[in-house]
Structures are given as structure tokens and as C-alpha cells.
Design a protein around this ligand. Structure first.
Ligand code: AKG
Ligand code: FE2
Length: 361
């Protein structure tokens, strides 16, 4: 997925790729010449499975579309299974509004903190307190001096991974110094935050878990939530052991290409995947990219489990919706209505966060 943006010509022609293209955000050319804001191209969403409306009609008349099964698992709504995709579980509205707001806050504040790694590590090294820096309108500056310099002394080194060469400064200091050194606003870094890893750290370049990288345990409250959600997909008598998690951050136009998550040792254990913020389209394919995928909406608070055979199925996120009508985050807005929460609100109105939790061994 990450780091594999180049798609070969053959892959371009697969059924999975066609579906990605169908739902991806394109802009209307007709508005190009005018000064009007670019308008997203209309896309036909009639084939997108909508578990919210399926749940509504199930609650009203007990009926389900063909191929969908409902199971009571002790959540506030039934869990939906797909006959054609054994091992896939959809839990609509699995998280309360309070839980959604808690995990959005954590995803923006504590989760990207070192030693957890983010996509920014490779270029800037570890970045502390990004979200506070956004609130303070700070700017990240590259220290003027490099190797062997006086003010960095022994702590400077050639690799960006280890060098603490970038530091946040207040905007006015940054304006003065920004003329002579590279700078980037904290708000830009937050917008470009694409992932962070919790627990055992996943190494995207080698596509494996690097147990020698420093890491913290996944927070207890997230482990408890993941255990509760994973229960319907766990082998009888076993409890899910959350060891690693990937947090994905999506802005308008961001996508997650079709992929398999096959780096964990035991595929009988589910991946627990939680959606927060703006609504998205999720594609669930088959074991080959040639299998036409099923498209479904994921809303804030929904959870998905992928276990067993579903672990071998290609999946991805070709689209998120940030417009008021389609994003469906009105009730989430209320959670961030206090003025102190302005920055959370501003972020989540235009973004989606996915937390997926894994048992590695
Ligand atoms: O964002 C999502 O819903 C899916 C994320 C995912 O598949 C992954 O991180 O492996
Ligand atoms: Fe995945």
C-alpha cells in the first residue's frame, strides 16, 4: 500500500483498479476556466452497499438484502456478515460519540508522538508535539548549521532519521530565520500526516515489523476496545492480543490503494479496523485483483473485522467525502463544539482517520 503508488499497466486493467478509478475524486473540467471553486465530478453511488440503511430496514421489518446475514453479538446493533466473504464482519455504529471523539483526539495528539513513527520521520526525524505546534501556529525550521556545527555539537549527524535538525519555532522567529533556512508550517505537516504506527513498529520499506525499533505498548483503553470489537471473529476461547496498530489519516483526495495485510503470523486473528470522521468508500475485493470488489460506505464509528479468508482479500479506500451532505459528521461536530476544540473540529471536518489494530504473533 504505502510506497507502492506505481501501478503497472497490467494492474491498471484489473477489476479492482477499475473500481478504484470509478470512485476516486475527479474534478469537473467545465468549471476550470471560471473562478469558481473546483467542483467534484458526480459519481454514481448506487452500487455502494450502505449498512446504515440496511440496518434501518432490518430494524423496521427484519429483512436483509440477499447475501447479507445479521448476527447478534452483544453490540447495540447486529453485526453483518457477507455470505461471499467469510471472515468479514461489519459492525455499524460500534463506537459511541464519546468514544469517537476520544480516539480522534488521541489520533491527533498522543499517537503521533515519538517513539511512534509517522510518515514524517524519514524526512524530518522524530517530531514532538505536532498538534500543539499547530495550535500555537508554530513553524518547523531546519537548524542552520549541519554536521560539526557549534550549536548542534555532538547531537548532529547525517541521517535525518536520527538528527534532531528540525525544531518548532514561533511564527515571528521563523519569519526572521526562515529566510536563511528551510521551514514548514506545523499546520502543513498535520495536513500531510498520512500514517503513524503504535505498538510494534511497522517498517514500510521492508514491509515487516521491526521489533528492534523502540516502541511503547498500545494504550490499555485501545486494547480493551479492540478486544471487545474483535470478539465475534475470534476462535472460541481465545482473546485478541493487540500488538500493533496503524493509524491512517485521509484528507480530501487521499486514497489507500488496493492491498493485502499479510505481514502478521496468524491470519485466523482479525484485523480490527475503526473509522472516524468523514465518510469513506471501502472496497472489499477477492483473492485476486481480477475479482470485482464490493464497495461499501464506512462512517464515523463503524468497525470492520477481517479474519480468516477475508485476510486474503484485496481491499482499499478510493474515496473520502468532506462535503457537508456526504461526510455525515453532524453529530461529531457537537462533540467538538467548545471553542478549545476548534482545531480538532477544523481537522475532522475535512478528514478521515482509520485505526487498525493487529495481533502480530
Ligand atoms: O482505512 C481503512 O478503512 C482501511 C485501512 C487499511 O486497510 C490498512 O491500513 O491496512
Ligand atoms: Fe489493510
Amino acid at each position: 500500500m504505502y510506497g507502492s503508488d506505481k501501478v503497472s499497466e497490467d494492474a491498471e486493467r484489473t477489476a479492482f483498479r477499475k473500481a478504484e478509478k470509478k470512485y476516486k475524486l475527479y474534478y469537473d473540467d467545465s468549471s476550470k476556466s471560471s473562478r469558481k471553486k473546483k467542483q467534484p465530478k458526480q459519481v454514481d453511488l448506487s452500487d455502494v452497499l450502505d449498512f446504515k440503511s440496511i440496518l434501518d430496514s432490518y430494524n423496521q421489518n427484519g429483512q436483509l438484502p440477499p447475501g447479507i446475514v445479521a448476527v447478534e453479538c452483544g453490540f447495540k446493533s447486529p453485526v453483518f456478515l457477507l455470505e461471499n466473504h467469510p471472515g468479514f464482519y461489519f459492525i455499524p455504529g460500534a463506537l459511541s460519540m464519546e468514544e469517537q471523539s476520544k480516539w480522534i483526539r488521541e489520533s491527533l495528539t498522543s499517537f503521533p508522538q515519538p517513539p511512534n513513527r509517522t510518515n514524517h520521520n524519514a524526512f524530518y526525524g522524530p517530531i514532538d508535539d505536532l498538534f500543539s505546534a499547530v495550535k500555537e501556529k508554530n513553524v518547523l525550521l531546519e537548524e542552520e548549521s549541519s554536521i560539526g556545527s557549534l550549536d548542534l555539537g555532538a547531537s548532529s549527524c547525517t541521517s535525518n532519521e536520527d538528527a534532531h535538525r528540525w525544531k518548532f519555532y514561533e511564527a515571528d522567529i521563523a519569519t526572521l530565520r526562515g529566510k536563511t533556512c528551510k521551514s514548514v508550517k506545523a499546520s502543513v505537516l498535520l495536513r500531510k500526516l498520512r500514517w503513524c504506527t503504535l505498538g510494534l513498529q511497522f517498517d514500510w520499506s521492508k514491509r515487516n515489523y521491526n521489533v528492534s525499533l523502540p516502541h511503547k505498548k498500545i494504550p490499555d483503553a485501545l486494547c480493551q476496545l479492540a478486544r471487545r470489537l474483535a470478539a465475534p471473529a475470534m476462535p472460541i476461547g481465545e482473546e485478541f492480543q493487540p500488538e500493533a496498530a496503524i493509524v491512517n489519516y485521509f484528507g480530501l483526495g487521499d486514497t489507500l490503494g488496493g492491498h493485502l495485510d499479510d505481514m502478521e503470523a496468524d491470519w485466523s486473528k482479525p484485523i480490527v479496523s475503526i473509522s472516524l470522521g468523514c465518510k469513506a468508500i471501502f472496497l472489499l475485493g477477492g483473492k485476486s485483483r481480477e475479482d470485482p470488489p464490493l464497495a461499501m460506505f464506512l462512517r464515523s464509528g463503524d468497525a470492520v473485522l477481517m479474519a480468516g479468508e477475508a485476510r486474503e482479500c484485496f481491499h482499499g479506500v478510493p474515496r473520502i467525502f468532506t462535503d457537508r451532505e456526504n461526510a455525515e459528521i453532524a453529530s461529531l461536530d457537537l462533540q467538538f463544539s467548545h471553542e478549545d476544540d476548534h482545531f480538532f473540529l477544523e481537522y475532522i471536518r475535512n478528514s478521515r482517520i482509520n485505526i487498525n489494530i493487529r495481533q502480530v504473533f
